[in-house]
Design a protein around this ligand. Structure first.
Ligand code: PHE
Length: 340
């Protein structure tokens, strides 16, 4: 019986060492310590022993049970530690690993157009300058040669905040501000939001965007203006686009012109977009009025300049074939996602 017990103990030790997981060890524990376990069986067989042998065998079997319990515990603790270490290794997340970020949004078509125009003009040596949207009458009108009774000052066209404070009706006040604070040569573009008391419809909005350009230097001519606008037109709509000037009027430029571009939709052949003319009207411009130069502290006998201004909504609509301006303000995701 003692031999049999030693055998059971050796087998148990080997099996416990061999157990490769806590689950396997648990199954083994049930087998060793359970009611059908070999030691329990052996204990049951004690009845056949002589009364003298019984206490000794009982003590031996008990110590064997304790040995087995200890072995199970030691092996169990080791396996648990191993398993935990493996899990930590396998489930580790490398928080430093670079990943491609999912794009959540898109640039608005106005932003796209503005960025493209800024790119074209900075490429020609222009610098971007911005100014306030809440503007003094002086900069928005006075210094731009818009006399006090000029129709553009009419409260119907402009949002007045106070008697002499207005939401700027164009980006031209940035011209005046720049000429007053800098010496020529000046070569700037001024993108920004402007305000006019217009009803919102397919082609008008009370808030819209413009980009102004201004160049002041010695010997600046209308030829420079035309060359600059030709380069801009080709930069924006590609080769083969030219400009056509026709006379116009702005108080702050003299002479003034409206500029048409070759229709970008039909390349001048005549289509629905250009109403068969082959031309699209796109901006206003002119030579800076000498009165404006001198009001802004620049000697018109030494310097000349040109200026131009355009609406970004109009350009975005032409470039992307958008037929209703309101689409630009409604924030409809189905519309915006097309500019991804
Ligand atoms: N400020 C004019 C407008 O808002 C545009 C313009 C700018 C015209 C510069 C000539 C020169 O209509």
């Amino acid at each position: 019986m003692q031999e049999k017990m030693q055998q059971i103990l050796d087998d148990a030790r080997r099996a416990i060492e061999k157990a490769a997981s806590t689950a396997e060890l648990e199954a083994l524990r049930v087998q060793l310590q359970g009611k059908k376990g070999s030691l329990t069986q052996l204990l049951r067989g004690m009845g056949q022993l002589s009364p003298e042998e019984r206490p000794r065998m009982g003590a031996l079997i008990n110590s064997a049970r304790e040995d087995i319990a200890r072995m199970l515990e030691t092996r169990g603790a080791a396996l648990k530690k191993e398993e935990r270490a493996r899990r930590l290794r396998e489930e580790a997340v490398d928080v430093t690993e670079p990943r491609a970020f999912a794009h959540q949004g898109t640039l608005h078509p106005i932003s796209l157009v503005q960025a493209e125009l800024v790119d074209i003009f900075t490429g020609m040596g222009f610098e971007v300058v911005e100014g306030p949207e809440v503007e003094l009458d002086t900069y928005n009108f006075e210094l731009l040669n818009l006399p006090k009774n000029h129709p553009a000052r009419d409260a119907q066209d402009s949002f007045y905040i106070e008697d002499n404070i207005v939401l700027r009706t164009h980006t031209s006040p940035v011209q005046a501000r720049t000429m007053l604070t800098r010496k020529p040569p000046i070569r700037i573009v001024c993108p920004g939001r402007v305000y006019r008391a217009d009803e919102l419809d397919a082609t008008h909005s009370p808030v819209f965007h413009q980009m102004e350009g201004l160049v002041v230097d010695r010997d600046v001519t209308m030829g420079d203006l035309k060359g600059t606008l030709d380069a801009f037109a080709q930069g924006l709509f590609g080769e083969g686009i030219t400009t056509r000037f026709h006379p116009s009027y702005f108080p702050f430029t003299e002479p003034s012109a409206e500029v048409d571009l070759t229709c970008m939709a039909c390349r001048g052949k005549g289509c629905r977009v250009c109403k068969g003319t082959g031309w699209i009207e796109i901006l206003g411009c002119g030579m800076v009025n000498p009165r404006v130069l001198s009001m802004c502290g620049i000697d018109p006998d030494v310097y000349t300049g040109f200026a131009f201004g355009m609406g970004l909504e109009r350009i975005a609509m032409l470039k992307y074939g958008i037929s209703d301006m309101r689409l630009l303000y409604e924030g409809d995701l189905r519309f915006l996602r097309q500019f991804r």
